[in-house]
Design a protein around this ligand. Sequence first.
Ligand code: HXC
Ligand code: NAP
Length: 290
Amino acid sequence: MESMMRPGAMTGKVVVVTGGGTGLGRSMTEMLLGLGAKVCVTSRKLDVLERTAKELESATGGEVLPVACDVRNYEEVERMAAAAKERFGSVDCLINNAAGNFISPTERLSSNAFRTIIDIVLMGSVNCTLAFGKEWIANGERDKAILNVVTTYAWTGSGYVVPSACAKAGVLALTRSLAAEWGRHGIRSNAVAPGPFPTKGAWSRLVPGEMMEKFDMTKRVPLGRMGEHRELADLVAYLISPFSGYVNGEVVTIDGGEWLKGGGQFNMLEMVEPGMWDAIEQMVRGTKGS
Ligand code: HXC
Ligand code: NAP
């Protein structure tokens, strides 16, 4: 996977990627390995992690440690952090990428369904952040980076994915709060907010079956396309690298302009046929003095 950074730019760095066995986490892992980092990938399914580790090690020549861990469970997170430390000596960067999500009218959700998403997305990010942050601060380790994966509805909100929107908003607040609080400990805290990037995990739960044809997601994006995994992976690699050493508390949107298009009241005017604009202009100019 080609990167904007030079080969070896992340040599000596150890990164933990939650949800690193699939989708965007896997792509981030591949990019980081190519740049020389060592990576611990963690999620619930050990078989998936082990397969990813094997494939990426042979593709990049890098070193991957697969560790099973449900980020909802703090004891499991502590064990995962200890395993990464034992193997690599120390951890430099944490990428909170693991998530759970599905579309549903909110009134159909049980309390447990809502809590399940909050627990994975918000509490999972909190648990990992606490486990690594406590250790770094207690040991006086500096030059650390936390990168949280949110999405643009963390600040706009969105119907039909309300638990996820609430959880991602919390993760964004966590990002900004700790940037202020933990900066003095040499821990940077940033986030990325991706728009649509095709992955099996997201697409099967957010645009299942025929919905994909009915709701062409590219139509919502001014650039007229989905994101490419390497574009996000490159941004993530930069944000956890020393090259972004003065970036702290930032959320970088990478969505082809999608959320702004949804927000601007008159963006629907793209539906006006170009040939109609002469007549429209005349009507508007005709209001002068009226
Ligand atoms: C309503 C549902 C439901 C659905 C589950 N539940 N699916 N309710 N509609 N489609 C309810 C269950 O009935 C149960 O409530 C509760 O949610 C927990 O369900 P479990 O299946 O027991 O949970 P679990 O096994 O922990 O699985 C978690 C999961 C699953 C989130 C439901 O989909 C998962 O493992 N997802 C991980 C990967 C993922 O979601 N990736 C997509 C990320 S995409 P009751 O009351 O019955 O006990 C993303 C994109 C964001 O975040 C932005 C896009 C632009
Ligand atoms: P994905 O492949 O489904 O990734 C989610 C990962 O989280 C999986 O590897 C899953 O592995 C892991 N996970 C889920 N529950 C977990 C738990 N309790 N403990 C530990 N790991 C858990 O989907 P994706 O699209 O790559 O999503 C990655 C991130 O990007 C998420 O934060 C998502 O919100 C964000 N995002 C995606 C898009 C998009 O368009 N794809 C847009 C905006 C934001 P296991 O099942 O093995 O646990």
